[in-house]
Write a protein that binds this ligand. Structure first.
Ligand SMILES: C[S@@+](CC[C@H](N)C(=O)[O-])C[C@H]1O[C@@H](n2cnc3c(N)ncnc32)[C@H](O)[C@@H]1O
Length: 265
């Protein structure tokens, strides 16, 4: 059963997620992530995972890519994190995940943490497939691609989340893990490991209202050039508000992580 976030926890929940990013960095360390690694973080958002990876890498090269709004967010986020030894080798570039401007096999690791939903929103299903193809292309033979997506489970608050996200209409809905596996295999990668993380939390009605109003009111503005549209907040709340008050709304309650490897030769 997912438990409610307190208002204090909610403020930082996306940056915390029950330590999910740390767990994924640990997993990559068992695949050789460390000093000297060359890593690409695709659709890196604020760069929360990027900086954790950079801490693990040191003296390697960590490149993060995102849209113009992400570059702005990263610049702010970077000021919130104490200067560390890793700061000099993080390069945050404005670049679309569907067309990565790097040569084949440039990176030892390519990571994508909760980015596919947003890529689907800006570029559709086709864009999401292109982004996965690009991730597979720029990893070197013997290197790893790690993709993490939120999973909608069977709890009432999780079923409700999927309905709410679909109804909002912006297209920001995570694909099922099977889609991910199929796409990575189609692009020549082999499945290496799969991990289900269960932060197990949900939003109160007040917190859910804040999330949904952000999705309805801000995303069309932030992603205006991609033609992102949503329904009005009132329409969404009128339809789902009562049920959300009854059972809450899941919020990254389960995260599925797939690690795939590019075969040698
Ligand atoms: C949820 S964030 C990623 C979170 C991040 N990995 C972390 O550790 O917090 C996903 C980001 O993908 C960006 N995005 C959406 N479409 C994109 C695209 N086509 N190419 C690159 N980034 C994109 C959005 O701007 C959004 O900030």
């Amino acid at each position: 059963m997912n438990t409610y976030l307190s208002d204090e926890e909610y403020d930082d929940w996306f940056f915390d997620l029950g330590g999910a990013r740390d767990d994924l960095v640990q997993l990559l360390k068992t695949r050789g992530l460390g000093p000297g690694s060359r890593v690409l973080d695709v659709a890196a958002g604020h760069g929360t995972l990027t900086l954790k990876v950079a801490q693990a890498v040191r003296e390697g090269e960590v490149v993060a890519v995102g849209l113009a709004n992400d570059v702005r967010d990263y610049k702010w986020f970077r000021t919130q994190v104490p200067e560390g030894q890793f700061s000099s080798m993080v390069y945050y570039l404005e670049m679309d995940a569907t067309h990565l401007e790097f040569e084949d096999g440039r990176f030892d690791f390519v990571v994508n943490f909760l980015g596919l939903e947003d890529i689907r929103m800006t570029s559709g299903d086709e864009g999401m497939a292109h982004a996965l193809q690009e991730m597979a292309r720029v990893v070197r033979p013997g290197g790893h691609v790690q993709v993490a997506i939120a999973v909608y489970g069977d709890e009432p608050d999780e079923v409700l989340l999927k309905e709410v996200e679909s109804f909002i209409g912006h297209g920001a809905v995570f694909p099922p893990p099977e889609f991910l596996r199929d796409q990575l295999r189609e692009n020549g990668l082999e499945m290496d490991e799969e991990l289900l993380l269960v932060p197990g939390r949900k939003l109160t009605a007040t917190q859910a209202k804040e999330e949904i109003s952000f999705a309805c009111e801000r995303t069309p503005v932030i992603f205006q050039e991609y033609g992102v549209r949503t329904r009005d907040f009132e329409e969404v709340w009128n339809r789902f508000g009562l049920e959300i008050e009854r059972v809450g709304l899941a919020h990254y309650s389960r995260i599925s992580c797939i690690v795939a490897r590019k075969p040698l030769g």
